[in-house]
Design a protein around this ligand. Structure first.
Ligand code: BGC
Length: 741
């Protein structure tokens, strides 16, 4: 039956119930129409389906399933095919558990490394989150399971997440914080979008019509369902008006009464309710369980979790080819080797199928182990530390397993420091005094400061690598897997260097995004601030050579091609990154921005030509004064590199794509500097009004040049030129221009 007919026959109560969760995880069933309830459940790192006690904070147990790596790690693969495959695996599991909407992926921008939920998010760069998020969702939805992209939008801190207002100018909002959502809406068509808890520019997101309707629906053309984050809705009638279709979990009778009263009082038009009912009905029809439920082979899925982790782990430092481990005596130190951290706390926490610890993965190797510290206690334990020092003295190579305790980073709470606990820092000092060949393996949801980086030979970043944590680390340390992961966020040297350092969590009520578009590398790179490890950085056990960059300007895109060669002696993969710098705009711009990337696999000595097609649209920026996107004509630099700081090739290109004739016109506020630059275009008019002499004098006399450069045409009265002459000249000059066009 058509939605409109169903809606016609529904009572008001039933309509309200359809747009309200039936309970914590299910939508309402519609028996007469043969539509079963849909099960929505977390999430991004594995299927967190609860059968008994329910909660959205990771407190109660869920079914046993595969714990995959956190998105913070998987994003480091920069591998769209892998993300698509990951989506397919998640979809298969969800299907076998009768889950129809999986609450993920989280694609919020990592604005500040203290943010408690960064482990669930992908990157500080919207292009990376947009493209990888698209691949994940396409994979997931190809299995008949809907995605829920979250948290829309600007949910970039956890403290006071239900009430705090993210205050952001429109350019920053569109270019940085909304851009990945826009890409995903347009390219992946997610079944649902989860609206966030916070306020945006003082309006609760769940009541924000500009965000949920004007932008999302009318501008971007979104067709799916907007679902609330769990208990995000305060005023249901307002949220319906704003375009929030499905409230989860719903407040039962309270919601029913509130919406009915609003309709009775004329505060809410029933047709607005019908629009949301229509959308939820479409979702229910699209995602009914149609096939037999099949179980999945947990061993195969566990192996995929291992594959995901090892393809994403980032080798940050490797002096003197310290890694892979050589066959020599080996010391493994640190409680995290025995009791690893492999997933984050909160709603993404799953009940793992089979955790393999690092010690477990090394079980067939010769090693000596020392606990070194207590993960849940920050005090130095002298005895544990002494045992570790002994291991460091008696073995050629040492691997130190360090990281944040779970209590440091979880949903609902931001960190207040980026340092490892004191006992771990003391252990680094003690161990590195005794042994020169130390590798640090990190387990952490978000960035760790590394003032100790110079003391060790190698650093391996694993974020939260999922239940195959030990095996994936083993593969990287032994060289079974050649690392190719790249940082999807910058590791700063000091917390004070972080662009939002001055404002982050400074007010309970307001989060002011004063750094604007300068988030992550856009800030460090533009300001030339030294980082610990830059965005896009990650080493390999082989080396790559970049050459032969060719750029062709096509009708609506740039074609960039280059050759990449594996110049080392083992198979390896490299993530080639294309950045573009706008050198032409008359507004501030980041020095360069990531516009494409590709992960390339190369045998020894193999060379591949990589072709990128970058739409001109990628060069757009948001002009707030005009209320529209703009592309500048003029000079750009195209960079190809192995990280934002390790640029291997670059080439300038001049774009002339907009053909904007009107913007060439001059007016009373046009500065003389522009008239000087374009004097050939106005030659006749300048002569006609005797202004050519002034322009020549300005050009010939350097002192005058600097003074007159900053004088607009209307201020020529300062040198006794009648305003009428100026105005006539402007008209004549614009006419002269239009004849040339
Ligand atoms: C989280 C969401 C999650 C939901 C359901 C909320 O607390 O913010 O990310 O999907 O709970 O568990």
């Amino acid at each position: 039956m058509k939605n409109s007919e169903i809606i016609k026959n529904l009572s008001l109560d039933d309509k309200i119930k359809i747009v309200t969760g039936q309970d914590f995880w299910y939508t309402k069933e519609l028996k007469n129409e043969g539509l079963k309830s849909l099960l929505l459940t977390d999430g991004p790192s594995g299927v967190r389906k609860q059968e008994e006690d329910i909660d959205a904070l990771g407190l109660n147990q869920s079914i046993e399933t595969i714990s995959f790596p956190s998105l913070a790690l998987i994003a480091c693969s920069f591998d769209k095919d892998l993300l698509r495959q990951y989506g397919e695996y998640l979809g298969q599991i969800a299907k076998s558990e009768k889950v129809k909407v999986l609450l993920g992926p989280g694609i919020n921008i990592k604005r500040n490394p203290l943010a408690g939920r960064n482990f669930e998010y992908m990157s500080e760069d919207p292009f990376v989150s947009g493209k990888l998020g698209t691949a994940y969702i396409k994979g997931l939805q190809s299995q008949g399971v809907g995605a829920s992209v979250k948290h829309f939008a600007t949910n970039n801190r956890e403290n006071q997440r239900f009430t705090n207002s993210s205050n952001i100018d429109e350019r920053t909002l569109r270019e940085i914080y909304l851009s990945a959502f826009e890409t995903i809406v347009k390219e992946a068509e997610p079944a649902t979008i989860m609206s966030s808890y916070n306020f945006l520019n003082q309006v609760p997101v769940s009541e924000n019509k500009w965000l949920l309707t004007d932008l999302l629906r009318n501008e971007w053309g979104y067709q799916g369902v907007v679902v609330s984050d769990w208990s995000a809705v305060k005023r249901r009638a307002q949220s319906l008006k704003a375009g929030l279709n499905l409230e989860m979990p719903g407040k039962g009778e309270a919601t029913l009464t509130e919406v009915k009263d609003a309709i009775k009082n004329g505060q809410l038009d029933e047709h607005i309710l019908d629009v949301s009912v229509d959308r939820v009905l479409t979702l229910m029809k699209d995602y009914q369980i149609k096939e037999e439920v099949q179980s999945y082979d947990k061993e195969t899925y566990h192996d995929f979790a291992r594959e995901l982790a090892r393809k994403s782990i980032v080798l940050l430092k490797n002096e003197n080819e310290n890694l892979p481990l050589k066959p020599s005596s080996l010391g493994l130190i640190g409680e995290l080797a025995e009791n690893p951290r492999y997933q984050g706390g909160g709603s993404s926490k799953v009940n793992p199928y089979h955790v393999v610890t690092p010690l477990g993965a090394f079980k067939n190797q010769q090693y000596v182990y020392a606990q070194g510290y207590n993960i849940n206690n920050h005090e130095v334990d002298q005895q544990l530390q002494q045992q570790a020092v002994k291991v460091a003295q008696q073995n050629d190579q040492v691997v130190l397993f360090l990281g944040y305790p779970e209590s440091y980073e979880t949903e609902g709470l931001d960190k207040d420091s980026l340092s490892l606990p004191d006992n771990q820092l003391a252990l680094i000092d003690a161990v590195t005094k005794e042994n020169e060949n130390v590798t640090i393996v990190l387990q952490n949801g978000g960035t760790v400061l590394m003032p100790w980086a110079d003391k060790v030979k190698s650093i391996v970043e694993t974020y939260l690598p999922g239940e195959a944590v030990g095996e994936a680390i083993y593969d990287i340390l032994t060289g079974k897997q050649n690392p190719a992961g790249k940082l999807a966020e910058t590791v700063p040297q000091r917390i004070e260097d972080v662009p939002s350092y001055l404002t982050f969590n400074q007010s309970k009520a307001d989060e002011n995004y004063r750094e604007g578009i300068y988030v992550g590398y856009r800030y460090y790179d533009t300001k030339n601030i030294e980082t610990q490890f830059p965005f896009g950085h990650g080493l390999s056990y082989t080396t790559f050579d970049y050459s032969n960059m060719q750029i062709t300007n096509q009708e609506s895109s740039l074609k960039v091609s280059l050759d990449i060669k594996n110049t080392g002696n083992i198979f390896g993969e490299e993530v080639v990154q294309i950045y573009i710098g706008n050198r032409t705009s008359d507004i501030d711009m980041p020095f360069k921005e990531l516009r494409e990337f590709e992960r390339v696999a190369l045998e020894v000595n193999e060379t591949k030509t990589i072709n990128f097609e970058i739409p001109h649209k990628a060069m757009r920026w948001y002009n707030e004064n005009r209320g529209q996107w703009q592309i500048d004509d003029g000079e750009y630099i195209i960079y190809a590199g192995s990280s934002v700081e390790d640029i291997r090739l670059e080439q300038p290109i001049t774009l002339n794509i907009t053909n904007q004739t009107t913007s060439n016109q001059i007016h009373e506020d046009t500065y003389l500097s522009e008239i000087v630059t374009r004097k050939e275009a106005f030659k006749q008019s300048l002569e006609q009004y005797n202004l050519d002499k002034i322009i020549d004098a300005v050009i010939e006399n350097p002192e005058l040049t600097s003074i007159f450069e900053n004088v607009p045409l209307r201020s020529l009265i300062m040198v006794n030129i009648d305003i009428k002459i100026v105005r006539d000249f402007i008209d004549a000059a614009n006419e002269e221009l239009s004849k040339q066009a």
